[in-house]
Design a protein around this ligand. Structure first.
Ligand SMILES: [Zn+2]
Length: 318
């Protein structure tokens, strides 16, 4: 076990360097990432990059139905991890692991020590706390069990370099796209439709206020949907100066029609947090070559809720 003394992010840089020294698969995938092909589009004023990343094929095509999950050994449980994979003791609850199939120049999995299901109820506090601990260099994110998590049976967040995601860039979130806003103590929530995505932006300098406003939004949204199950969320959290910024991406489905099409119509693109924040991963070269602006627009439109649903999600009782 790699025992830190709290001097992040320097220790995370060293942890990654140590894993690259001792773990061949990890090193070769981080090396390959330096030469990865990307292409860039601007859609309705939003930057979307497409990354051709063959190492992500297993994750993109992961079977996440409950029968397939039950039939395999959990790759986040300590006893099933590759012997080369070291763990970094973050606190009593969580380990940090280096993700050996990176999308970010530094890509970590922040995994609960216990094998408990991926559900955000009661854990938004941990998302904000871990974001605070890992410093402003990283974003910390959560993929819901039905919209991107490839281990829906074992609770985990991921972390990566903040400046890598277009939505978190200088011009990523534009005020003209705000459809509604709410205030709770020091925290604000804004419903945003930027032409590609429908999301709620929660901002506050106070972690407890941000958490409370998320909980208020979450219960209102479940009531509105008339479904108490966890809505399809991708949650991405960053710290900017003294303020926390929590982006709640409101998904309608996990994988678009292109994913399930057959023959030349098929595009293996399985959107999770990173993709919907503006870096779309295509593990196959033919998909990377094929993807164009129209396809990306269709994919985003299919996997997000409608503008009307976003408007009604703002009926939060404070
Ligand atoms: Zn597990």
């Amino acid at each position: 076990m790699f025992k830190p003394d709290g001097k992040y992010p320097i220790e995370l840089h060293s942890f990654l360097a140590e894993q690259n020294k001792t773990w061949e698969l990890c090193r070769s995938n981080y090396d390959a990432l330096k030469r990865v092909l990307t292409k860039e589009f601007t859609i309705d004023g939003n930057i979307v990059r497409v990354q051709f990343n063959p190492a992500r094929l297993t994750s993109t095509s992961a079977k996440v139905d409950s029968a397939s999950i039950t039939a395999r050994k959990c790759f986040l449980c300590r006893e099933n991890r590759p012997p080369e994979q070291n763990d970094f003791h973050l606190d009593e609850q969580f380990y940090v692991l280096v993700n050996p199939f990176p999308i970010f120049p530094e890509h970590f999995t922040v995994t609960l020590k216990d094998h408990l299901p991926q559900e955000i109820g009661g854990r938004i506090k941990e998302l904000l706390r871990i974001t605070s601990e890992l410093t402003a260099e990283y974003i910390v994110f959560y993929n819901g069990p039905k919209c991107g998590a490839s281990a829906p049976d074992h609770f985990h967040f991921q972390a990566g370099n903040k400046d890598f995601l277009p939505l978190f860039g200088a011009d990523g979130i534009k005020s003209e796209n705000i459809l509604w806003s709410k205030q709770f103590q020091s925290a604000s929530a804004k419903g945003i439709d930027d032409g590609l995505r429908k999301f709620v932006l929660i901002e506050s300098p106070d972690r407890a206020d941000a958490e409370e406003l998320f909980v208020l939004f979450d219960s209102a949204y479940r009531r509105h949907r008339k479904d108490s199950a966890e809505p399809l969320y991708n949650l991405v959290c960053a710290k900017e100066g003294e303020a926390y910024k929590l982006v709640v991406l409101l998904r309608a489905k996990h994988r678009p029609g292109y994913y399930f099409a057959e023959g030349p119509e098929q595009v293996l693109l399985s959107p999770a947090s990173v993709d919907v924040c503006g870096v779309c991963i295509t593990p196959r070269e033919e998909d990377f070559n094929k993807v164009n602006e129209v396809m990306l627009k269709n994919i985003f439109s299919e996997v997000f809720i409608s503008r009307e649903e976003l408007i009604s999600s703002g009926e939060i009782k404070i």
